[in-house]
Ligand binder design. Structure first.
Ligand code: AMP
Ligand code: MG
Length: 401
């Protein structure tokens, strides 16, 4: 057995991002189908938002220069939202409502609560005012010509709302990436199986990987399982390759003679096997099989989760045409110290206490998934670093991924 050096975490991340290019074409889709889809063009505002100066309040609009304390103004016009007003008559005010356009000549809105009506039905303005009060000027939110969204953005509900405000009802997005999932292992049985026979465990990575893919806004196009023999593994990979743009697998990539994924890929494609210096994690396969890009994750459930979060997420996003963002992180203090340093970047599953101290779950084994079910996220301990309670570390909530 050769002992190839481990690849540093950062190098593996960079290599994956560099090697993952967009695999999908563009299509024009309706806005109401665009949630979670990836924009294939920049979006430039074709109109101002708001398109005209308008009132932020229910009240009275006037020309600030015509205001004098205890000098009531006659109401010359009533302007609800949605109408196009006439110009302001000099030395009058207008009744105006939130969202209504300011008449030409008016520049200030006084909220209704700061006014009173005199016996002649005129408006008394008792409070001092400043020009522009309670006015939302043209283009306050977005100016015409401004770049609003960038190519590669995965559309959120806010983006959909913004596109609608701009009058954009169809957008150019990337076609959906077809992702195939392969799980491997003789010991695994489908979750529908009522009883486990001796030696069996349930296939948990299959459903977990499918949900991780869904969590990124994609869906698994096809999902297969192969037992530990070269024929089944090859057939499954060939089928997935014919149907999908990208294949993601779990297990079968370690060094044992029951690990057939590597062998099939070596014979029918090409691959790099990296021992990435992370814990949990380590073996990661990256290459192509039957001409389809392929990512092989380790089988241990926590290793699968961590390597998906860090590596598969990046590859899927980039292959789908998306812009890869570093996950959001916060600096926190650990609740404990540890003198011993290890040669790998470690992602401890931790909970945050009320005073924001990161407390590790006691069971950090790569085969144990429960810790990540009751923790808040990862505490990242860089390779070769001991842990000191007085030192800040990066905390990544699970929701960042
Ligand atoms: P492997 O990488 O195939 O050697 O698997 C490493 C460990 O992960 C073994 O204990 C497997 O039983 C377990 N494992 C592999 N695939 C899965 C899966 N799909 N669901 C749950 N456990 C798995
Ligand atoms: Mg296996």
């Amino acid at each position: 057995m050769s002992h190839s050096p481990m690849m540093p975490f950062k190098d593996a991340l960079n290599a994956i991002e560099k090697a993952s290019s967009c695999l999908v074409k563009q299509e024009y889709i309706k806005l109401h189908h665009a949630l979670n889809r990836i924009l294939a063009t920049d979006i430039i505002a074709g109109i101002n938002i708001p398109p005209a100066d308008n009132s932020a309040m229910d009240g009275y609009a006037l020309n600030a220069k015509e205001w004098q304390a205890n000098q009531p103004l006659e109401i010359s016009q009533r302007i609800p939202a949605g109408i196009s007003p006439q110009a302001l008559k000099p030395n009058t005010c207008v009744r105006i409502f939130t969202g209504a356009i300011l008449p030409e000549g008016a520049d200030t809105v006084v909220m209704q609560e700061n006014t009173s009506i005199d016996s002649a039905g005129r408006v008394v303005f008792n409070h001092p005012l400043s020009q522009g009060d309670n006015v939302r000027p043209t283009g306050q939110d977005v100016k015409i010509g401004q770049q609003v969204l960038t190519k590669g953005t995965r559309l959120t509900p806010q983006h959909i709302g913004m596109l609608a405000s701009l009058g954009i009802h169809q957008v150019t997005c990337f076609e959906k990436l077809k992702i195939g999932v392969l799980t491997t292992g003789d010991e695994l049985t489908a979750v529908e199986t009522p009883f486990l026979k001796s030696g069996q465990i349930y296939n948990s990575n299959g459903p977990m990987l499918i949900s991780l893919i869904q969590n990124l806004g994609h869906s698994a196009h096809s999902c297969l399982h192969a037992n530990d023999n070269p024929e089944e593994t090859k057939n499954a990979l060939r089928t997935l390759s014919a149907e999908c743009d990208l294949i993601l697998s779990s297990g079968g990539v370690s060094v044992g003679e029951e690990d057939h994924v590597k062998e099939v890929i070596e014979k029918n494609g090409a691959m790099d096997l990296w021992k990435v210096a992370i814990k949990p994690g380590k073996p990661l396969v990256f290459g192509h099989v039957f001409e389809t890009p392929f990512i092989g994750l380790p089988g241990n459930p926590s290793s699968s989760l961590v390597t998906f979060h860090w590596f598969a997420r990046v590859a899927i996003t980039a292959h789908a045409g998306g812009r890869v963002k570093h996950p959001q992180k916060y600096k926190v203090y650990p609740s404990f110290s540890r003198k011993k340093a290890i040669g790998r970047d470690e992602f401890l599953r931790v909970s945050l206490s009320e005073d924001n101290k990161a407390e590790p779950h006691p069971q950090q084994s790569s085969g144990a998934l429960f810790a990540s079910c009751v923790s808040d996220g990862y505490l990242h301990i860089p390779a070769n670093q001991s842990i000191d309670q007085s030192q800040l570390f990066d905390f990544y909530p699970f929701s960042s991924f």
